[in-house]
Design a protein around this ligand. Structure first.
Ligand code: NAP
Length: 679
């Protein structure tokens, strides 16, 4: 077997490993399969390349352009994923594990590509929240904006998910417009190296957007500035060492930490044997213990069951775990492969022994278990190990020691308050799950344990077919947890992008805010155009372009007709005396929807043209009632434009209805799809 030399990609060049390189062994055979590391890597040149080449190129793009780039990258990775599967078996992972790592990573990138297009503007500035009214007359306003950091994101990843772990950080970083230097864990860096190679070879990324360090980082972290971010996944010990470095602290360098976690699952008091929830619980726990040989940051380490159900839970888990065939991950019959390395095996066994001081092992003997298709001595194999701790209040290790392998402990609880107290003894975790069909149980746990967990996962007979599993962080939802789990937060959709951007409070006039944010703010200059706005294409329309309609008087017949036609005969529109008794109305008033319909009649141009459809209406408010004899007129201003596909884009119009005294009657945002036309 040829020894693979794992390279780094630094300042646009692939760099070989040198004498400082470390050996990497196959998890399955124990043989040295690769070497990685270069003690002379020019880390300053890498930082400089990212800051001066990658950053400017990414920042020149809009969020939509970056989102399209992510989509192309994810598609390209998907086309080459077989190569990644092939190489990943040596990490001890099975084909099923590859789906989580490789397909899961690519799927995460697709979600960010889609969210970038749908939830972010086709612009370089992201607006965070609404305009704040800071003055009586609206001439001085506030708006929070986010712009990309002008440095580099250094991603330090754990060994367990070399592809997902990289892509879940890379996607929000690139979408933000920030270049990344990725440092995978050495034990599985050959998989990450291949994924990086596939991405770079695609030619989709601008130069400097992605670099790779295989092996040690050297003194890179001591060279970071306040515009850089460190995003770390790994052990609590390494996180503490890195985040407490004086250089990181004195420069307030952002440090996102995802570290180890004593995740828990609670069997609800209602989920007794023979309910769908009991079976579901056993299935979820078994899966969490054995997937990826338990090397999942979100795996269930602590299992809480009502005192009366503990024996039944142990029996059911024993029966399930007995079906776990362990061995060669390439063999389709294998349910659980190996740990990543011999040192991981030593670590897991030592930690299981600590747990064994407080709990009885009720399944799995590390000195006696079957391994098929591989050598139990040479590979880093361990059996699933289930413990039972009957005194969880007095125990320490079971709540504190993370054995990063297929190790979990069953514990009894007396009542739900007790379960919540025990779950919270993990001192902050990534996820806790509750299998219950009782909404009150779910609510009680959410209130009692929410503050201690980054994610709470509830599952029952209603959601079990479509639920994604206790252990799956989803790109839409935040991943991270307080305290012991690192205090960091990743993903969560656009929230994850914000970790790589700076939020800035902008204060100024409506024109200034409009110019910076690319969104028309009420009070800003209105641009008039001699053509009707419905004759103007997406590209023709300018932000702030405004159309004022003629006015229309509301008659008693209009209201009666609308009431009869729609069936909306609410008394305030029909009965003057009854309307007067209502604190909101001076007497009989027009329907709000009648006003909206009349407004459309006032501003619509009926002929076929660039406006293709009215797709919605946001933030509608009726401010002042309209009585018989009042008249209304409409002002329509282009607030924002968002391209949607190759043919048309969404125009968001700010619409106000005013009466004969210029008092505001209604305000809303109207959405239309407009054909692009020529630029
Ligand atoms: P680790 O030993 O802490 O290593 C994590 C990363 O830090 C690796 O890339 C490692 O590189 C690097 N590293 C170590 N010392 C460093 C230093 N002085 N300077 C710069 N980088 C350094 O953790 P691990 O064994 O890979 O991962 C297992 C742990 O990760 C478990 O505790 C697990 O719970 C946690 N984890 C958490 C999450 C999460 O999202 N919260 C996800 C997965 C795993 P080398 O490999 O080259 O040493």
């Amino acid at each position: 077997m040829t020894l693979q030399q794992i390279k780094s990609f630094a300042a646009g060049q692939w760099v070989d490993c040198d004498n400082a390189a470390r050996d990497i062994r196959s998890a399955v055979t124990g043989e040295v399969i690769a070497r990685a590391g270069n003690g002379a890597l020019d880390v300053e040149a890498m930082l400089d390349h990212a800051r001066t080449v990658g950053g400017p190129a990414l920042r020149a793009m809009t969020f939509h352009q970056r989102a399209k780039m992510l989509k192309a990258l994810a598609t390209h990775l998907g086309n080459h994923k077989q190569q990644l599967y092939d190489i990943s078996f040596a990490t001890g992972a099975t084909q099923k594990d590859h789906l989580i790592d490789i397909d899961g990573g690519i799927g995460t990138m697709f979600v960010f590509a889609s969210k970038g297009r749908r939830e972010m503007p086709d612009a370089q500035v992201y607006l965070d929240g609404e305009v704040e009214q800071l003055s009586r007359n609206g001439t001085f306003l506030g708006q929070h904006i986010c712009t990309p950091l002008q440095g580099v994101a250094v991603h330090i990843n754990a060994f367990n998910f070399p592809v997902w772990g990289m892509l879940e950080k890379l996607a929000p970083t690139l979408l933000a417009g920030v270049p990344a230097i990725v440092k995978p864990a050495t034990a599985s860096c050959y998989v990450a190296e291949l994924a990086v190679k596939i991405m770079l070879d695609s030619g989709i990324l601008p130069a400097g957007a992605l670099q790779l360090v295989s092996g040690g980082l050297g003194d890179m972290l001591d060279r970071l500035t306040n515009q850089d971010v460190v995003s770390f996944t790994g052990s609590a010990e390494t996180a503490l060492k890195l985040r407490s470095a004086p250089h990181i602290l004195s420069n307030s360098i952002r440090f996102i930490a995802e570290q180890d976690s004593l995740n828990a699952s609670i069997l609800g008091p209602d989920a007794v044997p023979d309910t769908p929830e009991f079976d579901l619980f056993v299935k979820e726990v078994t899966r969490e213990m054995t997937t990826k040989a338990g090397q999942k940051c979100t795996a269930i380490r602590r299992i809480f069951a009502p005192q009366a159900q503990v024996s039944a839970v142990i029996e059911a888990l024993q029966a399930n775990l007995a079906k776990t065939t362990i061995g060669d991950p390439k063999d389709a019959r294998t349910r659980m492969g190996a740990l990543v390395s011999a040192s991981q095996k030593t670590d897991v066994l030592a930690k299981a022994a600590l747990i064994g001081q407080e709990a009885e092992r009720v399944f799995g003997d590390p000195d006696n278990f079957d391994v098929h298709g591989a050598s139990a001595d040479k590979g880093a194999f361990v059996p699933p190990m289930l413990f039972h701790c009957s005194t969880p209040d007095a125990a320490q290790h079971v709540h504190e020691v993370e054995a990063f392998g297929p190790v979990s402990t069953v514990m009894p609880y007396k009542d739900l308050d007790h379960a919540v107290r025990l779950v919270n003894r993990g001192q902050g975790s990534l996820v806790a799950s509750v299998i219950t069909h009782d909404s009150d149980v779910a609510r009680q746990v959410a209130l009692g344990a929410g503050a201690f967990h980054g994610r709470l996962y509830f599952n029952d007979r209603d959601s079990m077919q479509e639920s994604t599993g206790h252990g799956s962080p989803l790109p839409h939802m935040v991943h991270g947890g307080p305290g012991r789990a690192g205090g960091g937060e990743e993903m969560g959709g656009v929230r994850g992008v914000m970790h790589y951007m700076q939020r800035t409070a902008i204060q100024g006039s409506p024109d200034i805010l409009t110019a910076i944010g690319g969104k028309w703010v009420p009070g800003a200059t209105e641009i008039s155009h001699h053509d009707h706005p419905f004759t103007r294409t997406f590209h023709d329309l300018q932000i702030g372009e405004t159309f004022n309609t003629a006015s229309r008087q509301i008659s008693s017949d209009d209201i009666a007709h609308f009431a009869e036609f729609t069936g909306d005969t609410f008394y305030a529109h029909m009965d003057d005396a009854a309307a007067k008794r209502n604190p909101f109305f001076p007497g009989r008033v027009a329907h709000g929807y009648l006003l909206l319909s009349f407004a459309a009649g006032l501003f619509v141009k009926p002929d076929e043209g660039p406006v293709l459809a009215n797709t919605g209406l946001d933030h509608l408010r009726f401010m002042k009632p309209v009585e018989v004899g009042d008249s209304i007129k409409v002002r329509l201003s282009v607030k924002h434009k968002t391209p949607r596909n190759d043919d048309y884009g969404e125009v968001r119009w700010h619409v106000t209805l005013t009466n004969q005294d210029d008092d505001m009657v209604a305000e809303y945002e109207l959405l239309t799809m407009n054909a692009y036309g020529s630029r």
